[in-house]
Design a protein around this ligand. Structure first.
Ligand code: BTN
Length: 329
């Protein structure tokens, strides 16, 4: 944490006002330097009240997901937050940081993205200041073939965090869409850099519609937000802290026991079990009734000629209109 974040942290937990002299002592700097940090924090939206010869107290804090706002909500060992007001995509920034050696657990968060991307080359709607756009650098000691199952585990972690917030379990649509009331509330994009036998790094991108109140027309019928589900605004920093803690716990368990240990939980949260679906896979289209997932993370379908396993693709539950996708659930 930088000096400004430390000041916020001390003011937040202080039971009595903290004097400029005390803050200067704790930081090992001059009172003039403390004053400059306080001025910068006020400029950034913090309400810091100062009473001469008494000290400083903290009022309202800005609705932002920077290091200072997140610090009180981070419970695990992932604490290094790279925050930006705007990026093209947090995936790109995280990848650049990973290439430069960023350690496991580096968290990249932006308030908005100009080129947020989803799976299969889609765009991710990324308006400013109301949602969560986050990419995490991980360096799992695994072969690349294990990464698709980890993407399923990330979905479980998002469902855990949503459950802690709303008390309701989100549904998971294979491979890793997170749904509330049948509408998408979060999406996950996992990208990796690997040798044949070893992952160099994985970038786990998570987009959560937290406080969006209205979606563009093309998303309006199939997207929702935590706010719309809860019926009130959601504390983004608190939710993000809960999500990162859930993700770290799931990640540790995944490294220790593999996806197989969590497969029953994934299937219990699955949105499409028993439904007739069509999957657009790289090798073509297949149809069948969803049976579950296997230990490799493949979708199991009961088809007209027996059971099928699908390793990658896009699932839809209604007929495709010839030549274009008629829907995406
Ligand atoms: C999907 O459902 O298609 C995946 C969406 C992933 C969106 C997140 S937002 C943070 C990160 N940065 C991106 O550009 N994409 C991911």
């Amino acid at each position: 944490m930088g000096p400004a974040e430390r000041i916020v942290d001390w003011l937040r937990t202080a039971v009595t006002p903290l004097s400029g002299e005390e803050l200067a002592r704790r930081l090992g700097c001059s009172r003039a330097a403390v004053w400059k940090h306080i001025a910068a924090l006020r400029q950034g939206g913090y309400e810091i009240r100062g009473r001469p010869s008494v000290g400083y107290t903290l009022g309202t804090v800005p609705d932002r997901l920077g290091p200072a706002e997140l610090a009180p909500h981070l419970a695990g060992s992932w604490r290094h937050v790279e925050w930006r007001a705007v990026v093209d995509s947090t995936q790109n920034l995280a990848r650049d940081l990973a290439r430069d050696g960023a350690p496991e657990g580096t968290i990249v968060i932006a308030e908005s993205q100009t080129a947020g991307r989803g799976r299969l080359g889609r765009q991710w709607h990324s308006p400013a200041g109301c949602n969560l756009y986050c990419s995490l650098v991980l360096r799992p000691p695994l072969p690349p073939i294990a990464v698709p199952t980890f993407a399923l585990v990330v979905g479980l972690a998002v469902a855990d965090a949503v459950q802690a917030l709303l008390g309701a379990r989100a549904a998971l649509k294979w491979p890793n869409d997170v749904l509330l009331d049948g509408r998408k509330v979060a999406g996950i994009l996992t990208e990796l850099d690997a040798e044949i036998e070893r992952v160099r790094y994985v970038i786990v991108g998570i987009g959560v519609n937290v406080n969006t109140e209205a979606f563009p027309a093309d998303l309006a019928t199939r997207a929702t937000s935590l706010r719309l589900a809860a019926g009130h605004p959601v504390d983004r920093a608190r939710f993000t802290g809960g999500l990162l803690a859930a993700l770290e716990a799931r990640y540790r368990r995944f490294l220790a026991d593999g996806f197989a240990a969590m497969r029953p939980e994934w299937e219990a949260s699955a949105a499409l079990t028993g439904k007739e679906v069509r999957v657009t896979a790289p090798e073509g289209e297949v149809s069948g009734r969803v049976v579950g997932v296997d230990d490799d993370g493949a979708l199991r379908l009961a088809g007209p000629r027996g059971e099928l396993r699908v390793l990658a693709g896009e699932v839809s539950t209604r007929a495709f209109v010839s030549g274009r996708k008629s829907e995406r659930e």
